[in-house]
Design a protein around this ligand. Structure first.
Ligand code: ADP
Ligand code: MG
Length: 717
């Protein structure tokens, strides 16, 4: 076949295909989002400006504006095939909630109009009685309200226009994760702007935290998944002997992506791009079948919405590829679990990153002040930060033999640590170029620009222009940790502003303040290996807390310091915080209870019958052999039979033990109950698992009722 004169054959075809793909990606990006660009095109100038002012300055929107906005949203959504709308919110379940309403409105006689009013956009009423409220709302007051969050764009998902909203009770108490986030962002901005004014910056009106959430996950084949009751009910394997090959060779990390996974990732990217999510990086992770997705960072509110959507779409797209996406923190024992890295920084509406070291002494002074505020805050509120990542799933990672440890510390890197030391000691700092800079009052040190981090064990690492909080569990909402980071930062910046606003000599006061704070909170800085036992001892000497499980962590949640912090910054009332604590404690006990009951069910209905049948076969085979040759050596079979029998006995004893533990959960209060689940129920689960996993290794694969770890971890060919 003759090729067209401008073609060089298959390579040309591939280039064209790739170009059309790129074009498609650009066109696709944000196509399902009612974003600023769309608003500019479709709304009247007055309406657009009113929205902009609302977002930038917090001025309320008139009902008239809301009406126009709603009508245009509806037209835009209908152009894209949507027929319904929903207020999309983030209740305390950790997943999102939606209740779809059709745009359809009856019109006399037997006609219908498609309508969506400003009132419907701005506020919704929803039966809140089935969402966890931690006692904030008695069931007779079941109403909950959703209120539009105009700072987060509406989008279309599954034929519905989704409107991001907050969710609160009749009395205005937060029942969701977004409300406190918005409150914390407002307060953070207020305090940060105060500090910037002191540095002579009069232009900045708003400071926002920026968040990039790296998401780890496992992909396994749906057919093997659906044969595991534990995965179906709890998201993790409750039994499973170690596979002969795990992650020892480290051949999976950054390895070639298998075609089936690549196809999944491609479709996932496209779905996320349509929703305006900047999915950027994808690669294989350390464990077999484990992968990671990282978006480009965005403002905290958008990033939190986006991470929630990302997790949902990840699962949905996996289904289309006959795979299952596991977001559990520890789906498989013995191989790495999944976490989430919350990259966090502060930026001004004028485009400054406040954690970026500058090139002038004044910029560096500002940088050091923000850095110091963060260090001080992380030290003072280490327990609070630990609480925000406490969950039954994450208990398998934090404090277990896995990154990062449960002790909160900050990695600064050697160079920045040297700067900190020099400031504390009032000595001279010698920078990389061996240039000596004295740390005078108005001459803070030159800060090295490249503080690249090589320490993967640190729970909270400074990575050049942002902090990376690495303790989050893969399935959790990133909102809680960000609410805490924002509020802690607001508190510290507020304290600094109070002190500096009174100062007669700003530079002297600034230097003193940085020095005092660094000296007092230096203990939180640790650049070493967080896995080593010596760190646990060292941390104890430093007085750092080491809360190795959720039950221990939550015990510190409601301490007066935390209540006061959130109250002072109008992020949570004491009641709201107590409610959240109750929800977390309840959830902890419930999850462990479900896991324990699932184990009992699996043992009784599948594992015991299987092992018993296999033992029967071995016994029959001995009998059959002997019937042919009475003196035949059947030692191996007999040994096996004895071991099977002993382990089955052990398994059933542990099953009975677990059943007893579950029969009467005891605890003086909610904390006591959580500890009971941890110390008694979970311990019994572990013992039962040990017996079953041993049995798995000696039971014929033909009899074992579940796909093995090898089947699961290497299920995607
Ligand atoms: P890694 O942690 O794997 O080394 P990167 O350094 O590429 O990865 O960044 C990880 C995440 O941090 C990405 O989501 C990225 O968008 C985000 N990120 C980068 N800069 C910032 C910033 N200034 N503020 C918040 N997040 C950021
Ligand atoms: Mg990272």
């Amino acid at each position: 076949m003759a090729l067209p004169p401008d073609s060089d054959g298959p390579a040309d075809e591939r280039r064209k295909e790739s170009m059309s793909k790129k074009k498609k990606a650009c066109e696709m990006f944000g196509s399902m989002v009612f974003n600023e660009e769309v608003m500019k095109q479709r709304l009247s100038n007055t309406c657009y400006r009113a929205w902009k002012k609302c977002v930038e300055e917090g001025t309320p929107l008139s009902l008239e504006t809301a009406h126009e906005m709603a009508a245009e949203m509806k037209n835009w959504a209908m152009d894209r095939g949507a027929t319904h709308y929903t207020h999309w919110f983030q209740p305390m379940t950790g997943v999102t909630a939606e209740k779809h309403e059709a745009f359809i409105t009856p019109q006399e006689p037997s006609r219908a109009l498609m309508q969506f009013s400003g009132k419907e956009l701005v506020r919704g009423e929803s039966d809140a009685s089935s969402f966890p409220s931690g006692g904030l709302r008695a069931t007779f007051e079941a109403r909950g309200y959703t209120a539009w969050d105009p700072t987060s764009f509406a989008f279309i998902k599954d034929g519905s226009l989704c409107i991001p909203t907050i969710f609160c009770s009749y009395g205005g108490q937060a029942l969701d994760k977004k409300t406190p986030l918005l409150r914390s962002l407002e307060e953070l901005s207020r305090q940060a702007v105060r500090v910037l004014r002191l540095f002579g910056d009069d232009d900045v009106k708003k400071v926002t935290s920026q968040v990039g959430a790296e998401q780890e996950y496992f992909l396994i084949d749906k057919d093997v998944y659906s044969r595991r009751e534990d995965l179906l009910l709890t998201g993790r394997t409750l039994f499973g002997a170690k596979p002969p090959k795990g992650q020892e060779l480290e051949d999976h990390y950054y390895g070639t992506i298998k075609p089936r996974v690549a196809a999944y990732m491609e479709e996932l990217d496209e779905e996320l791009w349509k929703l305006g999510i900047y999915a950027k990086t994808k690669h294989n992770e350390v464990a077999p079948a484990q992968h990671e997705l990282a978006p480009i960072y965005a403002d905290a509110n958008t990033a939190c919405d986006h991470n929630q959507l990302t997790m949902e779409i990840m699962k949905k797209v996996a289904g289309r590829h006959n795979m299952v996406c596991l977001l559990h923190e520890k789906p498989f024992a013995g191989v790495n679990g999944s976490g989430k890295h919350d990259n966090w920084s502060l930026s001004t509406d004028t485009g400054l990153n406040l954690f970026k070291p500058g090139s002038t002494p004044s910029q560096n002074a500002r940088f050091l002040l923000f850095l110091t505020a963060f260090i001080k805050g992380a030290d003072e509120y280490q327990e609070l930060l630990r609480c925000t990542v406490a969950s039954p799933g994450n208990d398998h990672r934090l404090g277990a033999q896995e990154a990062p440890p449960a002790i909160l510390s900050i990695f600064l890197g050697d160079e920045l640590t040297a700067v900190v030391d020099a400031i504390i000691q009032g000595t001279e700092y010698v920078d990389q170029g061996k240039k000596t800079l004295s740390i005078g009052v108005d001459m803070l040190p030159h800060i090295p620009q490249d503080t690249t981090d090589r320490n993967r064990t640190s729970p909270l690492a400074f990575t050049g222009n942002k902090f990376e909080f690495r303790m989050l569990g893969s399935s959790q909402s990133v909102t809680g940790p960000n609410v805490a980071l924002n509020t802690i930062m607001a508190e510290e910046l507020g304290q600094f502003a109070d002190r500096l606003e009174q100062a007669e000599d700003f530079n002297a006061a600034l230097h003193q303040l940085i020095r005092d704070a660094l000296r007092d909170h230096q203990r939180i800085i640790f650049n070493g290996n967080g896995y080593e036992d010596s760190w646990v001892e060292e941390a104890e000497r430093r007085g750092l807390s080491n809360l190795t499980c959720t039950a221990d962590a939550l015990q510190t949640y409601l301490q007066p310091k935390h209540v006061e912090l959130f109250r002072r910054h109008n992020v949570f009332t004491e009641e709201e915080l107590a409610a959240r604590n109750e929800i977390h404690l309840e959830n902890y006990c419930e999850v462990l209870g479900i896991e324990a009951r699932t184990m009992l069910d699996m043992v009784r209905r599948d594992i015991f019958p299987a092992v018993s049948a296999f033992s029967g076969e071995v016994a029959r085979s001995v009998a059959a052999k002997r019937s042919v040759l009475a003196d035949l050596d059947c030692g191996s079979e007999e040994d096996l039979l004895r071991r099977l029998s002993a382990l089955t006995g052990e398994m059933m004893a542990q099953t009975a033990g677990l059943e007893r533990a579950l029969a009467e959960p005891r605890g003086e209060d909610a904390y006591g109950l959580a500890h009971y689940y941890r110390d008694t129920v979970f311990a019994a689960m572990e013992r039962l698992r040990a017996a079953v996993d041993q049995l798995e290794t000696i039971t014929s694969a033909r009899y074992w009722p579940y796909p093995s770890y090898t089947d699961l971890l290497f299920s995607i060919k």
